[in-house]
Structure formats: C-alpha cells, structure tokens
Design a protein around this ligand. Structure first.
Ligand code: GLA
Length: 382
C-alpha cells in the first residue's frame, strides 16, 4: 500500500474537516482470464492488487455531504434528500450512486464527508471505479454501523454503476476489489458468487502489465451492446445465461442470428471454458498451458468479441514474438487500458525496453509498465 498517499489523504481530511477520519483502502484488480463472462453468469479469474483508492470518511456536522477528489482537486457538495443521477457526473456519479442504492434499501444515512485519492489511473482496465464504489459503501457501512455484508456491499456498488454511471457491468470488479486475498487469484463463479482461491505462484514466471494509455470508456454503448447481444442469444437458446450454452447449441441456432452475434456468443462460451481450463493449469503448475489460454483469450476478444483496439493488439503481437512471454492479452472491458503478460521471471524490464520505442514510433505516445502485487481486498487502514 502507498503510505504517502494514505498520509496525504488523512492530512487533507483533517485540515478540511478538523476531525480524525476512518481510512479505507479499496484495491483495483487484475484478471488473469475470463473476460466478458461475468455478466453471462460465467467464471472469471481476478485478483485484487496493491494499488487502488484511499478514502478518508467521517460524519459531517453540516446538512450537506462534502466530497473532495484529491486527484482532480474538485469538491462536490450535496444533500442526502432526493438524490438523482447526474448527466456527465464523472466521479460524482459513483458516490451518488452508492449513496442512492444504500437509501433504496430503506437505510437512513446522515451527512458525511469524504476525501479520496488513488494510485491507479482511470480507464486503465484496473477497475478504479469499483475500487471507488467499494471504498464508499465500505466506509459508510463502518461509519454508520449499517450491518451490511460484503456481498450486499458489492451489489450496491454494482447497482450504482448500472443506475448512476450507465454501465451494465457484471460483478467481477466489485467482487475482486472487496474479497481479494493476498497472493491469491479467485476463480469466481458469477452465478453463485462463490470463489475458489488459487495461490499465485508462477515459479519461473511473473506478471507484467503494460498500459496502452488509451483510456477506455465503458459508458459508451459498446459494453452495454455486448451484454444485450449475449442476453438475446441466451433467450433464443432458452437458457438463463450464456454460461449454460454449448458450442453445439449455438450452432443449432446459427441461422437465426447474425454472424457477428454468433461469434460474440461463441466467444463467451469458449472464454468461459478457458477460465475453467486456466484454473486447472494453475493447479497443475502448467504455466505454459495457462499462457496459451491467455493468448487465445486475446485472439477471441480481438476477432470475435471485438473489444480490443490497435494499441492493445500491437502489444500482444510483440509479446507473441518474444520467447520470454508465454501469454499476453488485453484485460478488462477493452477498447484501451492494459495488457497482462506472463513473462519469464526477471525479463520484464528487457521486454518493456524493447516494446516501448516501437510503441512510441507506431502510435506517437508512450506505454507504461506496471508491476503489481496481489493483495487483500477492501479494508480499514489501522
Ligand atoms: C468491466 C466490467 C466487468 C467485466 C469486464 C470484462 O471491467 O466492469 O464487470 O464485465 O469489464 O470482463
């Protein structure tokens, strides 16, 4: 955890509000494999990281809530009466959404103040949004003794995103951020919301993230469109969700849907199987097999599900050309953000040094490496 950031957020809170706050850390996440499967009731394989959001929170003695976003240097004040979604609210929508979803449960909140800041960039595919939502719901739960369970809290965060941000996201990001465990990836069944933790031990390999610095925006319609396609195909198949579909079943209705929609649904069925196969490879310590699945995942995201972009594809192609990298793919919702690479231990710097100038020449912008540690989920900083 970033102690400088924690101290900074705490100091600003005390300066502004003259009282000591609770401090919450809520992490971002990576996802090893299982992309766009969560809202199909399928399997994902995420882990919480040691970067995320630090939030300071305490009761307010005014009638208004006051929120200070440190990274943006912006303040937003609002009353708890009659909260409504904002158009183009940016970070404000996450806060209002969480508050509103808590109120919808019949819970009566009192005014509060928050200062928050983070050390993961927005739009990098590392779920800074889920980290923010979870920090707020977790903080309010502590502050007012609401008695919400972690599972109730992640659904509040998810609904905030649906109803206030406009992204019909699945549950992976909120789950990974809230329930993350040190050094463990979580094979999450998004239907039962139960996960099996797997010790992350890549032996001779390590993980390297490379940010394209292309900021994705899932709020545009592409994400929601994909979800709608999946739900439509599932209903044609007469199944609850594509998690219940098979490649044979899809073939049988192929002539009732467009080729594009067929490929998207096929991707989901295959990606779901890949997530399960990846957990078996991890259990068997077969990192080469895991890497192959990861490359195949990217291939499907690029050509079938069509959520990649040139910058991500370029980085994955370079990874394929490098003998030290056994697997590479885009991570998260897509259209930008990071690639995740499984690379021979100690070779990350050399690979990045090779990639960075080629990327710069091709796109006239920088890419950025990230090393992350797999860490514990949302918690109070004592
Ligand atoms: C975003 C969403 C998640 C998930 C991923 C794609 O991160 O928030 O719910 O759908 O995209 O796997």
């Amino acid at each position: 955890m970033n102690t400088d950031l924690i101290n900074e957020i705490k100091t600003i809170f005390i300066e502004k509000f003259k009282t000591a706050p609770f401090l919450i850390f809520s992490p971002g996440r990576i996802n090893i494999i299982g992309e766009h499967t969560d809202y199909n009731d399928g399997f994902v394989f995420p882990a919480a990281i040691d970067k995320g959001i630090v939030a300071a929170i305490q009761k307010s003695n005014s009638d208004l809530c006051s929120i200070f976003a440190f990274d943006k240097n912006e303040t937003y004040k609002f009353s708890l009466e009659n909260i409504q979604p904002l158009s183009n609210g940016g970070w404000r929508s996450y806060i209002l959404g969480v508050v509103s979803e808590i109120q919808k449960k019949g819970i009566n909140l009192e005014p509060f103040n928050i200062v928050f800041g983070g050390d993961i960039p927005g739009g990098a595919g590392l779920s800074s949004s889920a980290a923010l939502e979870n920090s707020v719901v977790f903080g309010l739960n502590e502050l007012f003794n609401l008695g919400l369970t972690k599972t109730e809290m992640i659904f509040i965060s998810q609904k905030a995103e649906h109803n206030y941000v406009g992204v019909n996201c699945g549950i992976m990001d909120q789950y990974a951020s809230m329930f993350g465990q040190e050094n463990k990836a979580l094979l999450l069944d998004c239907r039962t919301i139960e996960a099996i933790p797997f010790e992350i031990d890549f032996k001779d390999y390590e993980l390297l993230l490379i940010n394209t610095n292309v900021k994705h925006s899932l709020a545009d319609s592409a994400y929601n469109n994909r979800r709608a396609v999946c739900e439509n195909v599932a209903s044609l198949l007469n199944v609850k969700a594509l998690r219940d579909a098979t490649e044979e079943g899809l073939l049988a209705i192929k002539d009732q849907i467009s080729e594009e929609d067929y490929q998207k649904a096929l991707f989901v069925v295959q990606e779901n199987n890949r997530a399960l196969a990846a957990s078996e490879a991890m259990a068997a310590n077969d990192i080469e097999k895991l890497g192959e699945l990861v490359f195949n995942s990217h291939n499907g995201l690029q050509h079938q599900y069509k959520v990649s972009c040139d910058e991500l594809d370029f980085l994955v192609e370079l990874a394929k050309d490098c003998d030290d990298v056994v697997g590479s793919r885009m991570m998260g919702g897509g259209f930008g953000g990071c690639t995740i690479n499984i690379i021979k231990r100690g070779k990350s710097d050399a690979f990045f040094e090779k990639v960075a100038p080629l990327y710069k020449t091709r796109f006239n912008k920088e890419c950025t490496p990230y090393s992350v540690n797999i860490s514990e989920g949302t918690h109070i900083i004592s």
